[in-house]
Design a protein around this ligand. Structure first.
Ligand SMILES: [Mg+2]
Length: 132
């Protein structure tokens, strides 16, 4: 699958992190929609079932973990998004909390271009061959 044919939603509340992530995604050739908080992610997903969601964990109102839990419940009957957490918290327990919430992959902040590239390639592969 071409990078450009993946539907991708980026959730990030911090303006600088958002700018950096958008710059990386443009370099890598992924078109992307943006959500600025958890509420916007849920609203955007209601309109379009994105293939992949890049999900900041530390967001106001509804944080990334709660967004992931709600999407996993909500999308039980339809296509599940591939979710990639982005967080500055790098403890094993943080990682476990992400996976327990239904998140598929994990990027440590500050996000590096090469790491983002790798995570998106894994996502593209997963979307091509959905896990049963
Ligand atoms: Mg944040």
């Amino acid at each position: 699958m071409e990078a450009s044919s993946i539907s991708l939603l980026l959730a990030e509340d911090n303006a600088i992190n958002l700018k950096v992530a958008l710059c990386f995604l443009e370099k890598l050739g992924y078109p992307v929609d943006v959500a600025h908080n958890g509420r916007e992610v849920l609203a955007a997903y209601d309109k379009q079932a994105y293939d992949v969601i890049l999900l900041d964990i530390q967001m106001p109102e509804i944080d990334g973990l709660e967004v992931a839990r709600r999407l996993r419940q909500k999308t039980g009957h339809k296509k599940q998004p591939w979710m990639i957490a982005m967080t500055a918290h790098a403890m094993n327990s943080d990682r476990s909390a992400c996976f327990a919430a239904g998140i598929n992959d994990y990027l440590q902040k500050p996000t590096r271009l090469e790491d983002l590239k790798g995570a998106l390639l894994r996502a593209v592969r997963a979307v091509e061959v959905p896990a049963s």
